[in-house]
Design a binder for this molecule. Sequence first.
Ligand code: CAA
Length: 380
Amino acid sequence: MNFELTDIQREIQRLCREFAAKELIPNARKWDEQHAWPTDAVKKLAELSLLGIAVPEEWGGAGLDNVCYAIAMEEISRGCASTGVIMSVNNSLYCDPVSKFGTPEQKEQFLKPFASGQKIGCFGLTEPEAGSDAAAQKTIAVKRGNEYIINGSKNWITNGPKADAIVLITMTNKEAGNKGITAFLVPTDTPGFTRAEPDKKMGISAAWSCSMFFEDMRVPEKYRLGKEGEGFKVAMSTLDGGRIGIASQALGIARAAFEEAVRYSGERKTFGKPIRDHQAIQFMIADMAMEIDAARLLVWRAALMKDKGVRHSPESAMAKLYASEMASRVANKALQIHGGMGYSKEMDAERHVRDARITEIYEGTSEIQRIVISANLLKE
Ligand code: CAA
């Protein structure tokens, strides 16, 4: 076992840390307040090859490993959690399934421009009545000749308002349950596709999401991703990777909150000394540091397993569950250390609490992660 990062992994960490310090940290509060999509930051992520990190170079990506991806996600999210999830969705939920299940023709059209960051992708799984119960898809795709006619809707689609294409999950055979689900690649300029205004959310306000609607949308058969009936496996295996991204995002948010709390605890004085000289604060700092490290070990283990090509559903679920709940605990403790100032919009502590909260919900709630972990442990 080796806890040392490789030279490339260390270089990615340095590069992303520098980018976050220069471009993200100075702007993140403003973007959050203004609900402003970070256009320039996303462009620079593309220039740094961070939008298709683990996609092979021949398909426009950086050709790096998933540990690099986790490291990059942590550093970028430490700078701005909204930018972090935009990056995670494009890497994990869009590029990864196209890379894994796409034909060479599909990769040319739907992977190259997205992994290189000229275009941006999203993942259409969630519906008003298919959130945790992902197999309950009501978006219907009916085959007519060599195309499919798609009707239905999706909601909470991160990157949706900006996306050029969707990995779209549909139902093609209701009687077959989760074996009747089929995935497609759909350009968002397809007639019959419309999207709503960006959602109003509690946190990650600069990462836009929206509902989208499909009305008699005609999609050629050649845009089907994988075989008919294989869409549930496409979606679930995609989420195994996505959960590594969200766990890393949570880790980045926790680190931002922790580092600010440590700094503030040296500046703020009570009872004649900096608050970090009080044991009550020291114990909080010790617990926060330990939890961040524990989460990182779980995240890197899941990323290593993905690199080895072995199924890592429970490991990803453990990483996402622990890191997201840890991020909320750490962000709340950081706010507490800031006292009244933590509750003020003049500081970032309150934003970290709001940003951390969503990591316990999207890409599978904490309750879903517990189902995935226990189902894997208890299966005969
Ligand atoms: N990889 C490959 N195959 C998988 C799989 C995986 N990770 N997980 C399940 N499968 C397969 C199973 O092996 C099974 O196949 P067989 O019948 O051939 O054995 C089949 O899929 C059905 O599996 P389950 O019986 O476990 O399915 P289920 O209906 O009980 O549901 C669930 C499982 C874990 C609850 C699933 O519905 C789930 O993960 N729900 C949460 C969905 C979610 O995370 N949504 C987030 C939306 S995306 C998002 O949030 C994006 C964003 O904005 C950032």
